[in-house]
Ligand binder design. Sequence first.
Ligand SMILES: [Zn+2]
Length: 464
Amino acid sequence: MKSSPPGRAPLASARGSRTTVIDGARIATMDAGRRELTGHVVVEDNRIASVGEGPGPQGDNRIDGRGCLLTPGLVNTHNHLYQWVTRGLAADNTLFEWLTTLYPVWAGIDEETVNAAAQGGLAWLARTGCTTTTDHHYVFPRDGGDVLAAEIEAARSVGLRFHPTRGSMDLGRSSGGLPPDDVVEDRDRILAATEQAIDRWHDPSPGSMLRVGVAPCSPFSVTGGLMREAAELARRKGVRLHTHLAETEDEDDFCREHFGCSPLQYAESLGWTGADVWFAHGVHFDDTEIKRLGATSTGVAHCPSSNARLGSGIAKVAKLREAGAPVGLGVDGAASNEAGSLLEEVRHAVLFARASGGPQAMTVRDALEIATLGGATLLGRQEEIGSIEPGKLADLALWRMDTLPHADITDPVAALVLGAPPPLELLLVDGRPVVEHDRMVTVDEDDLATRDARAHRTLMEKAR
Ligand SMILES: [Zn+2]
């Protein structure tokens, strides 16, 4: 555990007691009534014990929340953590151009680079309010070691609740796919490794800090056979399914040319719809498909910044939610969203929805709901996280709203969503502090920056 920044006292929660009271904050509960109040939250061990108006009970571990907004921790539903150390490449290209530039760089990843990248990406997610994140890891070089173990270790050290997925690619260029042959794996090997990953790490128990999902990469890098068998494996094991779908027009063209149907029709023919499935992006679903997603409770991870960075389009989030499809937010890999900030996705979700769908397309509170409860639903954790209610896990973000960028904004929720990113006074995950006074307390940010720069140089030299 790192000490607090010089001149700043550690917050009360860091002192090791089992009860913490956050007092005097404005609280956006996201409970069933979407209550907002000024009051207190009591945390006992790793759970929320009570929420109420006015001052909380007196005690040693009291955190002064005056001038702050308390929200549920944000939930990130799509990411590729290894990309943290491959940022800034193919800065002005389409998805397919960007991918073909990056595949050879990613072919060089190993345990050290993945651990360094994952720590960097996870730390920045924490600094931007994220308490639970998934990861979609689909590059497994033959001599790269156990890269999935490397990112799971990173999540343990950073302290976030983690839902990694065992991704995969088995459709190389020589078979008509997009990725080069040396970054794809054999189907049997993928399925065996995926089952092993679930057996080794997946923890289905209440309050779990680690759950594993199954995630073949995309229609243009995976065979239909693998998609079908992956779905069967996930359902046999009782874990969730994730993949990229309907991200770009190029992907739509690929599916129509190779399979004679749209990406969603293709996915559905392979068993890929249902409440245990969530797709990344979903930019190009048409109205009929949106209804189908709603009818099957299939989820969508909305990644507004990445979709804009690659010029892919803007997902129809309001229509998806209206149809009953759960929607969460995703930063996506940092190679297509260099900011890697989950709070920025909340702001972009509102702005892009209104820019494309008019002023009523999304409220600031809709955006906060998508970022919290919406994400929790995609990961099957809506009973445990995503709102501030007694009995739920203590995953909380306390944002400081009384400094120059926000002090005079009337509505603190609008200030959080539309304003500049505020300092993060405290981030609790499972009741434990991960960020205090806008700095990581679990890992050293400066050491991590040095280590990530080294990992980046190593990969670029290997790719030359
Ligand atoms: Zn992605």
